[in-house]
Design a protein around this ligand. Structure first.
Ligand SMILES: NC(=O)c1ccc[n+]([C@@H]2O[C@H](COP(=O)([O-])OP(=O)(O)OC[C@H]3O[C@@H](n4cnc5c(N)ncnc54)[C@H](OP(=O)(O)O)[C@@H]3O)[C@@H](O)[C@H]2O)c1
Length: 242
């Protein structure tokens, strides 16, 4: 049990923006739980963090597999008896770049399974542990493409490059952010959505921002003071339109 340290769980933290969020929260002295679908990749990421002086531990976690979600909640209960920070970072984008009229229902279902139902399952499972924190924080990784305000004014070719399944799954993440924030308002747990911008990762290889830059807004929201906002949607410059 790490004495006096905050415990942060980041889903999909074996690479990309999630790994960077883990690193930056670790640099702030938090005890990091690296959520990863594959234990070996989680272990490798945790080793990298530990080589930088960060206390990190890998947990096998596939957000679409309810038994792994429950196993992690059980482990947290037994080992730490609380959770301070949950970053719902794990997400996928379907390789189908089809127009809405030809997008497969399977692509929509698969994308929602991870991005929407996975985020929901994780949040539900972790709320009882977050309620035992003095300053529980939930950060949902969203996207500028989640914003109905932004996409309604965007060029069609930009939207089609990402597809309806991914964009609308992130709109759902934004809706969940509001719902959980309202429910948890009196508990002190803050729930916010983060837009990292266009970041060069496996998901978006041609983007220009670095994972280090993309992680910053999530780290900020994960470390908000008690008088910070809840139920909001932010990028690194401030409030984003829903
Ligand atoms: N990159 C961008 O430009 C951008 C822009 C806006 C928002 N975002 C959001 O930022 C977050 C991180 O994206 P990224 O660019 O870092 O993507 P990435 O490099 O593709 O990483 C995604 C992570 O999610 C994990 N993951 C996928 N499905 C999972 C599941 N069922 N259970 C657990 N983990 C799962 C992946 O694990 P595996 O290694 O096993 O596949 C990986 O660790 C996502 O929520 C994404 O939507 C990214």
């Amino acid at each position: 049990m790490p004495q006096g340290k905050k415990i942060a769980l980041i889903t999909g933290a074996n690479k990309g923006i999630g790994f960077e969020i883990a690193r930056q929260l670790g640099e702030q002295g938090m005890h990091i739980l690296v959520g990863a679908r594959k234990q070996t990749q989680g272990d490798e990421a945790a080793r990298r963090l530990e080589s930088e002086g960060i206390e990190a531990f890998a947990v096998q976690l596939d957000v679409v597999n309810q038994s792994t979600v429950e196993a992690v909640a059980h482990m947290l209960e037994e080992t730490y008896a609380k959770l301070d920070v949950l970053v719902n970072n794990a997400a996928i984008i379907s390789p189908e770049k089809a127009l809405p009229s030809s997008l497969s229902l399977a692509a929509l279902r698969t994308t929602y399974e991870t991005n929407v139902f996975g985020t929901f399952a994780m949040t539900q499972a972790m709320v009882p542990l977050l309620q035992r924190s003095e300053a529980g924080r939930i950060v949902n990784m969203s996207s500028g493409l989640a914003s109905l305000g932004i996409i309604s004014g965007a060029a069609p070719e930009i939207l089609m490059a990402f597809n309806l399944a991914y964009c609308s799954s992130k709109t759902m993440v934004n809706a969940m952010t509001i719902f959980f924030a309202k429910e948890l308002q009196q508990t002190g747990i803050k729930v916010n959505a983060a837009d990292p911008g266009a970041v060069a990762t496996e998901m978006n290889p041609t983007a220009s921002r670095t994972p280090q830059q993309g992680a910053k807004v999530a780290v900020h929201l994960a470390t908000l003071p008690d008088d910070g906002p809840t139920g909001g949607f932010f990028d690194e410059n401030g409030v984003q339109p829903w």
